[in-house]
Design a protein around this ligand. Sequence first.
Ligand SMILES: [Fe+2]
Length: 476
Amino acid sequence: MGIDYKAPKDFLYNRKGPWPQPCPEHPFGESAGVIHLPLREAIDWWLHIGSRYVFTLAYTPVAFIKGILNPGLEKVSDEEFAQMLTHTMLAKFIKNVFDSKDKEIFGDILLQDNIWICDFEPVRVVKTFPGIYASATKTLLKKDGDHYTAIEIYVDDTKSMFRPGNGDAWELAKYFVLQGGALCSTLVVHPLLHFPMDSVNAITKTALPKDHIIFQLLFPHLRFTLYLEKAVLTFKSSLLMSKWWMPYAPYPGEYEGLRDLLVEGYNGIDHNYSYPPFKYQFEPEFIVGKYGEFHQAYYPVFRKFVTNILVDLTETEVFYLSKWADYISGWVPGFPKGVELVRDRELLISTVAYYLFDVSIGHTVDHYNYGNMDIRKIPLRLRHAPPKAGEKVKIDRSKLTKFWDYGKYEMARRLFFKESTKTRLMDAEYDFGKRNTLLQKHVKDFKNELRAVDQKLKADKAQFAPIDDIAASIQF
Ligand SMILES: [Fe+2]
């Protein structure tokens, strides 16, 4: 047969499409960025996504009035605190490996059974505005069956340890932990679902012919993403710019420090086992509790779907697949090279399945979960210095945040944090060209199986996001 070398017209953008480049802001600390985009991607994004942002801004006065009417933060009981750390998106941070710094801080208690740590060390890089505070923290939890209890909080800024029973100092320490959770969720770990995948998105559009089976499989999952990422990372109006006049910029500090949080996530923290450097994954990482159960339940469905679709690749498809992987592996750490994917079918299946899983289930569920949390319990700004051992602390919850802190956070929640699905995973349509008769039944099976998992998770009280609300691509 031989390889059928394709012409420019056989590609989505005539082989002149988007391509990754070193991130302009942090070429050695953030994922490659895709900055130069076809006009049609910009128009599509503005029509369907950007316009919603503009309309939602009309809600600003309401958000600020809600802040005035109900000032400050709400009480978070110890029970609820542990629940928030282990039964939400924050469960991603719960680990039972301890590095030398943990051992120095907590000592022999780490030798006990069933001790887990929740480490928000990345917060150290945040440069807070005057009158606003943030601190790195480490929290120890004791596990009993499925139940966790927080037993110690270490507040790094004051080098102080707090335990339940330390009164308001403990209460305040809990808010610093939750603030760290909000910062590390939105700017350290969640971005790893977004930005490294942009290279896969761009290279798929530019380097795979439209009749390639992998192009056909990924195409419904590529829409809106590249322009969204460009807006977040480079627009002067991005919430990351953290300007005082932005009614939707909720973070506690300036742009540089916030941007460094992305670097903490991508490069990892050298000595810290909770923050390894980013590497492309082939299955969802282990997450404790039901949030982990949710991820694990869906992944095999994606794997099976990909296994059924990627059959009988032609020689030409294998050739372009190999080039595609070689290009991507130059931009995405851990992404396999072409020769590996051609040699190892299981690896190819995992590589593609993880991409589909990441941009749909993995991405939407974080938004669904974090975006629906009570922002009076998981602050981004705190107007009280962190507690210090030996110093008396008296907190007035109504004064822990200002009304505009609430207003900005509520606007960011509505605009960016909460899911706002435009194209649904369950509506994804695949055009497999000549293979349609053979493969469409697998699409049907895939969706039926997704729905079955959804129902099972619902029965298990682990339905963190209903399948009908899962987006087909990264679009928020
Ligand atoms: Fe996102």
